[in-house]
Design a binder for this molecule. Sequence first.
Ligand SMILES: Nc1ncnc2c1ncn2[C@@H]1O[C@H](COP(=O)(O)OP(=O)(O)OP(=O)(O)O)[C@@H](O)[C@H]1O
Length: 267
Amino acid sequence: MGARISIDFLSHTFRGQHAPVLQNIDLDIAPGEQVALIGRSGCGKSTLLHMISGLQMASDGCVRINGSQVTKPSAKWNMMFQKPSLFPWMSVRQNAELGLAFAGKRDIALIERLLAMTGLADKSDARVGDLSGGQQQRVALARSLATSPDVLLLDEPFSALDAFTRASLQEDVARIARENGITLVLVTHDIDEAVAMADRVLIMVADPGRIASSIKMDMSFPRDRVGADFIRTRERLMRIFSQLSGSVVSNPADLATSGGSSPQAAA
Ligand SMILES: Nc1ncnc2c1ncn2[C@@H]1O[C@H](COP(=O)(O)OP(=O)(O)OP(=O)(O)O)[C@@H](O)[C@H]1O
């Protein structure tokens, strides 16, 4: 079942630097909620995600998952990155089993179920090195799910994929997380991705990195990307984003470019 993530007045300054990269992040994410973090390049999204995962500790404040302070990574809150770190010479099944194997466990039936759930049933014995980028991301997803995580933390996991593969993975990950009650935090540059997957979108701004706006996505799942609700919501997000960053965002996938002055307002 999903976990509650509480972030209490978290601030961070990297060693050797004067200005904080993150300042006073105060955030509560409900169990099973799916949250997308969007913001210009360099505003601190990945740093915040790494702090939620326990890969990095904040200089002030803390992250708690189900009330316990996060001090190190855990198989209960799994990260997925843009590049899935898989063993290319091993089979899909062997890679999917790795998370469990590290925990000293084996559950063949579970792995078969996860491979079916992630659309890899007919690829179990294939060598991972022979798969496409999208299929490799599916293997990484199956491996992450094998330890029954409470939380999935996704750092631009689909950004290297073509548009069709990306859309199908976005739908599958959102559905699987929903069906299993997993809390999901997604870092993305892509407004469409945020609207397609999230219950709530958080807009981060830079200098110092902070959450400037929190917007609920009031739409049912699965989301119809060409429907009026989707298009209206995407335009509303782009408008809020443009106001906050002081520069026009005309393309839903163009937050990757840096720029925009330091915003003050919170929508
Ligand atoms: N280990 C580090 N030491 C010093 N500065 C760092 C370190 N890691 C990140 N930074 C700086 O912190 C800021 C935020 O980086 P971060 O990667 O969190 O941004 P981001 O919003 O995820 O960017 P992007 O969207 O481009 O991935 C950047 O200015 C970056 O240069």
